[in-house]
Ligand binder design. Sequence first.
Ligand SMILES: Nc1ncnc2c1ncn2[C@@H]1O[C@H](COP(=O)(O)OP(=O)(O)OP(=O)(O)O)[C@@H](O)[C@H]1O
Ligand SMILES: [Mg+2]
Length: 286
Amino acid sequence: MDQAEALRRKVQRLRAANTRVVAVLSGKGGVGKSIFSVNFALALNRIGKKTILVDLDIGMGNVDILLGLHAPGHFVDMLNRRLPIESLIVQHRSGLSVISGGSGLDDLFKIDEGDFQHFLEQFKKLQHAYDVILFDMGAGLDEAALRFISAVHEVILVTTPEPTALADAYAAIKLIHAKVGDVPVRCVINRYDNEREAKEAWKNLSYTAKRFLNKELKLLGELPRDHTVVRSVKARSPFVTDAPHSKIAIGVQRLAAGYLNENTEGHAASLDSFINKLKHFFLSKG
Ligand SMILES: Nc1ncnc2c1ncn2[C@@H]1O[C@H](COP(=O)(O)OP(=O)(O)OP(=O)(O)O)[C@@H](O)[C@H]1O
Ligand SMILES: [Mg+2]
């Protein structure tokens, strides 16, 4: 029995009412959040962790393009037109579920209470259907994004090793630390040119967060610069399914397996807790 099969069995045993809600974000834009989100979601799904990817990148959502999908509706339609959540979900041929963005998060805290209630009810339907709900957020953190992050179970922060991206990543961590508190933050160092550079970047970022914020970051993983990524964007075909033997696909799959191993035991994370927190932040707005 291969390792993947063993992992799949483990997942099946552990699938319960738990649904982890994860926000993927960055300080600087263009560091690879959407590429990472799409392929990480595919990798989780592939090892049996049923995942839905929700594109929350305001006005610039592109998850459907990266997956070569045609979105039947957008997240914002659910908010504005009170559509059922099922009508927005599109399935990638791998089995991954996706909801496209359109525009999103900004609207979420501006809608009236009736529409918000509808949104929460729709979201509750995902409880028994998915192990992980992954939100691809936009770059930077405005008020709405911070409110939203206050409700999620964890954050994945993507950065490149460039000093500018690292500075913005640190600024984002600082903001989260000040406004959200102690949500777990895992980091991805993406698009490194050599391993030493990636290690150095992680060392600096984790040291600075510990030293000045007393915040313990976790390293989710490091991913190399790989031309496969550019090819896969152009072909609208994600590398985890369409170039599974490329260096980058192997990297993302390894990272997903590591994530799963760390996250399966002893971490109760219910969708209810996310929904209740979101409700709290909605009602206390303004
Ligand atoms: N590991 C990598 N190797 C090579 N190129 C990469 C890698 N990761 C990302 N890229 C390149 O960076 C571009 C931007 O990636 P992506 O759209 O995922 O960034 P983003 O952080 O979601 O951007 P935005 O802030 O605009 O949402 C991709 O189109 C791709 O060309
Ligand atoms: Mg993006």
